[in-house]
Design a protein around this ligand. Structure first.
Ligand code: CMP
Length: 133
């Protein structure tokens, strides 16, 4: 009944790279790269930018049912779902559900706007904090 989020923070880069569990480490990297290349707005980044984002991600646990992103807030992080389903709403209206390997929260970062929708988390996912890059 917990959420696992992977946040991206340059301070944690060494921690991440010193991960002793190579299988988990490589699986996470693959997931992040796949999510980025599947995102219409992120897939055109330079390879070095994708590598930098990937290298800096680290896991954080969230309580189940938490609002990950609230519409109208200022955003400083993007996220990648590792496992589970998230719900996207706007003005209280259902927009869509998102599953594993999906990146979200990129719009406020890329376009320097407030969060365009609310995202509620259910299970496990990954995240990335762009402010720290
Ligand atoms: P951002 O605006 O930063 O924060 C809310 C996120 O929800 C947004 O980035 C997108 O990643 C995601 N999002 C916004 N609109 C939709 C939609 N119609 N369907 C799925 N995801 C969306």
């Amino acid at each position: 009944n917990r959420l696992l989020i992977y946040l991206n923070d340059i301070l944690f880069k060494n921690l991440n790279n010193n991960n002793n569990n190579d299988d988990d480490f490589n699986r996470s990297k693959k997931l992040i790269k796949s999510a980025i290349s599947d995102n219409d707005f992120m897939k055109n980044l330079e390879q070095f930018q994708i590598d930098e984002i990937t290298d800096c991600m680290y896991p954080v646990e969230y309580a189940k049912g938490l609002f990950i992103i609230k519409e109208g807030d200022i955003g400083s992080a993007v996220y990648i779902i590792e496992e589970g389903t998230l719900e996207v709403t706007k003005g209280g209206r259902f927009l869509s559900k998102m599953g594993p390997q999906k990146m979200f929260g990129e719009l406020a970062i890329l376009y320097n706007c407030t969060r365009t929708a609310t995202v509620k988390g259910l299970l496990f996912f990954l995240g990335c904090n762009f402010l720290s890059l």
